[in-house]
Design a binder for this molecule. Structure first.
Ligand SMILES: Nc1ncnc2c1ncn2[C@@H]1O[C@H](COP(=O)(O)OP(=O)(O)OP(=O)(O)O)[C@@H](O)[C@H]1O
Ligand SMILES: [Mg+2]
Length: 487
């Protein structure tokens, strides 16, 4: 439907004087352009609201009923993507000033010259087209982040959708729970993109992925010189999320002292950067996610109860895939389509044996695991349909009658939960990651990072240079840059 060729925009000419209205309409009816005439503002306005193909409204100023300026103002509210051309008497400064405030408004001076009118109409339609393109882009974003992006037909997912639809437009805090890979981040995005905060930032912070030494300044920001290494003032994520949504992923991993500080921000709705004295108003919608049982974390003394009550306004619990088997085939089909397109592979479906293997597998890694399994299968498939043999080893498991499925499954589940960072990576990649993490944990201080890793400073510098592709400043200079006040 949205892929249909865009129609040539429709132009509306509005003037109570039939003679001049006719003349303008005739002038504009060039190159087969569609033009309609209206004798008053209100009937033109309702036409523009009803017909999305309206791209330009050319209007006289003085008319019985609504004036041209009032029409332009109403259009700016109802159809901001429509351009307006005001026909004004020369020197009507007041009108021009008002018109300037309405972004998509231009004017032609009376008496209206034909070329002038055509030229300005074309320019205005260009603007309307741009606005239309922005609208299309927005729709594409909606497809990616809107509720449409979340696949699910099972009863449990229907209940999830119900809650999401109700809660998304509000400012309520939302806590998303569920096992790893169940779609928590996807849901957090959808909440933001279906809220009035959509034009503002969606700011995510993964409390489990950031070294505790720097998480505080990430969240709250810091003043210049707040601590060693704070060479410049930095804006925190809370401040970045002002007017928008703050997504705290793996919220259970927030260090206890920060939990206290963050609770205060939630209560006072103000934030103070590390090393600063002045607090700033902060208006964000909080969405948190965790794959842990927060009640157990509270019992174990790792998570504050008062913070828990504060962040859990509404709880959205995403069920694991094994509890919504009705969704499996649909998800598999969605991912097949996505990856066939993305990798340009002519894979159009599944054999029924492959589909039944997919349905039987318990999916310990949930949707994420399924997504990568289907990507693998799309690559492996030799024919148009994905066969059992094309599935990853642990998924096809018993279906191929090897009897090793259970083992492979247990093994992959074990790896998946204990060391997700290492699996599937080469030694060189693991080394690189270790170096970058150490560097981050040392606030960018190379000497400290080298000490942590128990390697020489020179070695660390050489590796970093390799990662940058062997180019960049010489070592000595780098060192002075990064170690700053300490070297
Ligand atoms: N219902 C769904 N429909 C379509 N895609 C989904 C769905 N659920 C999850 N996905 C996809 O699966 C992948 C994993 O989802 P996501 O990252 O949101 O999971 P998560 O719950 O945040 O996992 P973790 O706890 O490991 O961070 C993403 O690529 C996401 O787009
Ligand atoms: Mg996640």
């Amino acid at each position: 439907m949205s892929d249909a060729p865009p129609r040539e925009p429709l132009v509306l000419v509005v003037d109570d004087d039939a003679g001049s209205r006719r003349a303008m309409a005739l002038t504009l009816t060039t190159d087969g352009r569609r033009v309609e005439e209206f004798g008053d503002a209100d009937s033109a306005l309702s036409r523009a609201i009803d017909d999305p193909s309206v791209g330009l409204v050319v209007t006289d100023l003085k008319m019985p009923g609504k004036t041209g300026i009032e029409l332009a103002t109403d259009l700016a509210a109802a159809r901001p993507d429509v351009s307006v051309l005001l026909v004004t008497a020369f020197g009507d400064v007041d009108t021009l000033l008002k018109a300037k405030d309405l972004g998509t408004v231009d004017y032609v001076a009376k008496p209206v010259g034909r070329d002038d009118l055509r030229l300005r109409a074309s320019a205005a339609l260009g603007r309307a087209r741009q606005a239309g393109e922005i609208k299309q882009l927005r729709e594409r974003l909606d497809k990616r982040y809107g509720f449409e992006a979340i696949v699910g037909v099972s009863a449990v997912m229907e209940r999830v959708f119900d809650v999401l639809r109700k809660v998304a437009p509000t400012k309520m805090n939302v806590l998303i729970t569920g096992e790893s890979g169940t779609g928590k981040e996807l849901v957090a995005n959808a909440l933001h993109h279906n809220s009035p905060r959509r034009p503002r930032a969606f700011v995510a912070l993964n409390c489990g992925a950031i070294p505790r030494e720097i998480i505080e300044s990430e969240l709250f920001g810091h003043e210049k010189g707040a601590f060693t290494g704070a060479l410049v003032k930095r804006m925190g994520r809370i401040e970045q999320a002002h007017g928008g949504t703050l997504f705290l992923d793996e919220v259970s991993e927030m260090p206890p002292d920060l939990q206290v500080k963050f609770l205060r921000v939630l209560e006072e709705r103000r934030v103070t950067p590390v090393g600063g004295n002045d607090s700033k108003e902060s208006d964000f919608r909080l969405v948190s996610a965790t794959n842990r049982d927060l009640k157990k974390e509270i019992e174990a003394g790792r998570f504050r109860q008062d913070l828990y009550y504060r962040i859990k306004g509404v709880v959205v619990d995403l069920p694991p895939l094994r509890e919504r088997r009705e969704d499996l085939a649909l998800l598999a089909e969605r991912f097949r389509e996505v990856f066939a397109r993305e990798h340009d592979r002519p894979v159009t479906g599944f054999t029924s044996a492959a589909l039944s293997a997919l349905v039987q597998y318990p999916w310990p890694g949930n949707v994420r695991e399924m997504k990568s399994a289907i990507e693998w299968a799309v690559f492996s498939a030799a024919g148009p349909r994905i066969e059992v043999a094309d599935l990853p080893p642990d998924v096809k498991g018993d279906a191929e009658g090897e009897g090793s499925g259970e083992e492979a499954r247990a093994e992959s589940a074990g790896y998946g939960s204990s060391s997700p960072i290492l699996i599937g990576k080469t030694m060189a990649e693991i080394e690189k990651e270790a170096i970058l993490i150490a560097l981050q944990a040392s606030g960018g201080n190379r000497r400290k990072a080298a000490e942590r890793l128990d390697i020489g400073l020179r070695t660390l510098q050489r590796k970093l240079k390799e990662y940058r592709g062997g180019v960049g400043g010489d070592d000595g200079e780098d060192e002075a840059d990064d170690d700053g006040p300490e070297s």
